[in-house]
Design a protein around this ligand. Structure first.
Ligand SMILES: C[S@@+](CC[C@H](N)C(=O)[O-])C[C@H]1O[C@@H](n2cnc3c(N)ncnc32)[C@H](O)[C@@H]1O
Length: 203
């Protein structure tokens, strides 16, 4: 972590570059943000497969960050940049219309009604997503917690800048293309919970 993380971290003390692609040596046209990447399996899988894109991963839990940094130490990927604190801070730093896709995969569920307000999906955070996303950009939200799926659909439905893209049941029952799974998803499946895979477009 001491040796590798500083080169990978995005420094919010500096102003955001007008062109976010300059964070990466290969100046990608497409930049994907993954919030709460956990063990980083999904982030790494996509970064290795889509080396032309740029990936920004956010994870405040130090053990998870250490796992990803260890993997990157063994097999570096220039297309990944990291942030190790609350994703809302990074969202507020990012330039307008700079992101092509946000992945929010199995966010902390906060299943008790008295804790719903702690959920990452909120009107305020959807406003943040709307500001940083390019028109036509995607938000992907997966969860195995029915009440969180409904909560997210309700928030999207009332937000003027997003629309749910589903046309048929398979669109939310089947994983996304090239889906490597996540560690949290594997746990949900072992415990017989059924995930939903929602996709929203930034209008
Ligand atoms: C249930 S885990 C899922 C991890 C991974 N996406 C997966 O599917 O295996 C939720 C993750 O979100 C992270 N997280 C929680 N609040 C966050 C926030 N405000 N900003 C960024 N990440 C957050 C947690 O540290 C945790 O790793």
């Amino acid at each position: 972590m001491q040796r590798r993380l500083p080169d990978l971290l995005i420094d919010l003390a500096k102003p955001a570059p007008a062109d976010l692609a300059t964070l990466f040596p290969h100046r990608p046209e497409t930049i994907v943000l993954e919030i709460g990447f956990g063990g980083g399996e999904h982030l790494l899988s996509h970064a290795r497969r889509r080396s032309e894109a740029g990936f920004v991963g956010v994870e405040p839990f130090v053990n998870s960050m250490a796992k990803l940094v260890t993997a990157l130490d063994q097999e570096p990927a220039d297309s990944i940049r990291l942030y190790d604190d609350d994703a809302t801070q990074l969202l507020d730093w990012l330039p307008d219309g700079s992101i092509d896709q946000i992945d929010l995969l199995y966010p902390d569920p906060w299943p008790k009604p008295k804790h719903f307000k702690r959920r990452f999906v909120s009107d305020r955070n959807l406003d943040r997503f709307a500001r940083v996303l390019k028109p036509g950009a995607m938000v992907r939200f997966a969860s195995d917690i029915d009440s969180y799926v409904n909560w997210t659909l309700q928030h999207i439905d009332r937000h003027p800048d997003f629309a749910w893209t589903a046309r048929r049941a398979a669109d939310w029952r089947e994983p996304y293309p090239d889906w490597p799974g996540t560690r949290y998803e594997a746990k949900a499946l072992r415990e017989n919970r059924t995930p939903a895979y929602l996709t929203f477009v930034r209008l």
